[in-house]
Write a protein that binds this ligand. Structure first.
Ligand code: AKG
Ligand code: FE2
Length: 255
């Protein structure tokens, strides 16, 4: 038993490993890392997403914001905090998300040599293939886009509303691989034909990148199963920051 506890403690402090640099991913300001989460942590978050995830949460209640062949749902950090405060979810699940988001922030600051990033949005999100709607699919799960600008057919990307203009860096940390499809791709064109690199979701794997036009990306169709991830965006603008201080206090008071 003692050994098991020791092992679990060790496991949650896995050292992040950078496995691909921008060159290996065929672009700039992007990298791939492993070991952000243990398999226990991934399973815990998938459990919470299944139990409490709302279809459309985090997408202004739109159940299929990107493709009608999949259902999107999840839990935003603010709703999770609300449910913890109500006593409906154990604070340990909130801790896992806050820990991984905090690790991702530190890793991104160190990799890109920047300081003073703030969390701007944290979201546990799953996308599920809708059975019966998968035959001859040739759409993407998430079409080609940049995270902080609006991409236009003439190839320009304008940093203006309705895109999230304050986002500077993006991190997607994957929770599972038991799906068909769902690869994340960096692309050089709007149609997503010129793929620069592609990443298979896997528990604890993180793709991190600057949120601008230099990092056009998309998600390939998920044709079987449910693909879950934690998406975190970072900003330099404190007025756009999520209230992590409140959440840190909530966690601290619990332990
Ligand atoms: O889930 C992913 O792999 C990427 C999602 C994404 O690009 C986004 O939400 O902006
Ligand atoms: Fe994105």
């Amino acid at each position: 038993m003692k050994f098991l506890i020791f092992y679990l403690k060790q496991a949650t402090n896995l050292k992040i490993r950078i496995v691909k640099n921008p060159k290996e991913l065929n672009g700039t300001k992007r990298y791939l890392a492993e070991n952000l989460l243990t398999s226990n942590e991934c399973n815990s978050l998938i459990y919470i997403a299944h139990l409490f995830g709302l279809v459309g949460d985090g997408y202004a209640n739109n159940t299929s914001p990107h493709t009608r062949n999949e259902l999107f749902g999840g839990i935003t950090l603010s709703r999770l905090t609300f449910l913890v405060n109500l006593g409906l979810i154990d604070v340990k699940y909130l801790k896992i998300i806050v820990n991984v988001a905090t690790k991702a922030k530190a890793d991104i600051e160190s990799y890109f040599n920047v300081t003073n990033l703030y969390f701007s949005y944290t979201h546990l999100v799953c996308r599920s293939a809708i059975p019966g709607l998968q035959d001859e699919r040739n759409d993407l799960s998430h079409s080609v886009h940049a995270d902080n600008c609006n991409l236009y057919p003439n190839g320009t990307c304008i940093r203006a509303f309705p895109s999230y203009t304050s986002r500077e860096y993006s991190a997607i940390i994957y929770l599972n691989s038991d799906i068909t499809g769902g690869d994340f791709i960096f692309v050089a064109d709007q149609k997503g034909r010129d793929v620069q690199s592609s990443i298979k979701p896997e528990c604890g794997r993180m793709v991190a990148f600057s949120s601008g036009f230099e990092n056009l990306h998309a998600v390939k169709a998920v044709t079987e199963g449910t693909r879950c991830a934690i998406a975190v965006w970072f900003t330099f603008d404190p007025t756009e920051a999520e209230d992590y201080e409140y959440i840190y206090n909530l966690i601290r008071n619990d332990s």
